[in-house]
Write a protein that binds this ligand. Structure first.
Ligand SMILES: NC(=O)c1ccc[n+]([C@@H]2O[C@H](COP(=O)([O-])OP(=O)(O)OC[C@H]3O[C@@H](n4cnc5c(N)ncnc54)[C@H](OP(=O)(O)O)[C@@H]3O)[C@@H](O)[C@H]2O)c1
Length: 280
């Protein structure tokens, strides 16, 4: 079985690479943005002609949530046009596409976990482009999985955990928002879930939610990150209003995981437990 991973240098791409050796039945090809630029259809097609993938995991994306507000064309080109080209090439090659999406497709006005059937209503450019990326894939591809996830972190790339640890090494006190509620996702757990879907060989295509289990605020997450890593710092909870950002974030974005658990028997770790398994 041949699995191609685009965006291989990102945190999800690196997380898949970190566990690839545990799947001897899979021949992996990891393509960074210089090897496959997903906004270049010819580039994608040439790579597919060489490796003929059975599955393509699209870990490539424009992920700069705030910057997207000032460069919407770039975000659109990667998250929508890139998704469209991948879906078209996957269809031509009869390749199953696994595409990653986000809790930011929702406005966060609910107070119970979002299911795959809930109505998206993004509040910013990033979420809007991720939603439109989902929609083009659904229109074009027949064999696709769209996995929505949230608050992704890992030992790889840039993420909240690494920012917190860096800031703690530079400052004595930190303020973190306590009124945005969601669930962290360890990128290696997400990588395992994607490979569990692939190795199941099932054909239950569609949209699925995946994150770790449990609920917390960014403040709770930061507190636990410091506790697990033995960092002492004065940490203060603040409201979102005290930390304005160019992009509005959902207030509540917990994802309901019952569909992925029922269909693929994927059971996620609690977010606290997952944090203990990160190898820094
Ligand atoms: N991070 C989160 O908190 C979060 C939350 C929910 C959902 N997600 C979704 O999860 C997925 C993986 O996120 P991540 O955190 O691993 O992102 P990431 O670390 O930012 O990695 C994204 C990768 O995409 C690559 N890329 C950008 N433009 C490209 C292009 N035109 N062609 C090919 N590759 C390109 C980047 O390449 P360079 O190395 O050249 O920059 C980077 O390596 C994304 O779909 C994201 O939307 C993330």
């Amino acid at each position: 079985m041949v699995v191609l991973v685009t965006g291989a240098a990102g945190q999800l791409g690196q997380s898949i690479q970190a566990i690839a050796k545990n799947y001897p039945e899979i021949t992996f090809f990891f393509a960074t943005s210089t090897e496959i630029d997903i906004t270049n259809k010819e580039n994608i097609t040439d790579f597919f002609l060489k490796v003929k993938p059975d599955y393509c995991i699209n870990a490539a994306a424009y992920t700069a949530v705030d910057k997207a507000e000032s460069e919407p064309e770039k975000a659109y080109s990667i998250n929508v046009t890139g998704a469209q080209y991948l879906a078209e090439v996957c269809k031509d090659f009869d390749t199953v596409l696994l595409h990653i999406s986000t809790d930011f497709v929702f406005d966060g006005n609910k107070d119970t976990p979002y299911t795959e059937e809930d109505q998206p209503n993004p509040t910013g450019v990033y979420g809007q482009t991720k939603l439109e990326g989902e929609q083009v894939i659904q229109q074009i591809a027949e064999k696709y999985y769209i996995i929505r996830t949230s608050w992704v972190y890992s030992e790889f790339g840039n993420n909240f955990m690494k920012t917190m640890l860096r800031l703690a090494s530079e400052r004595d006190t930190l303020n973190v928002v306590n009124d945005q509620i969601g669930t962290p996702t360890y990128a290696v757990d997400l990588a395992k879930a994607l490979l569990q879907i692939i190795t199941s060989a099932k054909e239950n295509y569609g949209i699925y939610n995946f994150s770790n289990e449990g609920v917390c605020s960014w403040f709770d997450f930061a507190k636990k990150i410091f506790e697990v890593n033995g960092v002492t710092i004065e940490l203060n909870p603040i409201p979102t209003s005290a930390y304005p950002t160019p992009a509005k974030r959902p207030k509540y974005s917990v994802l309901d995981k019952s569909k992925i658990t029922t269909v693929f028997k994927i059971e996620a770790n609690s977010w606290e437990k997952a944090l203990l398994t990160v190898k820094i």
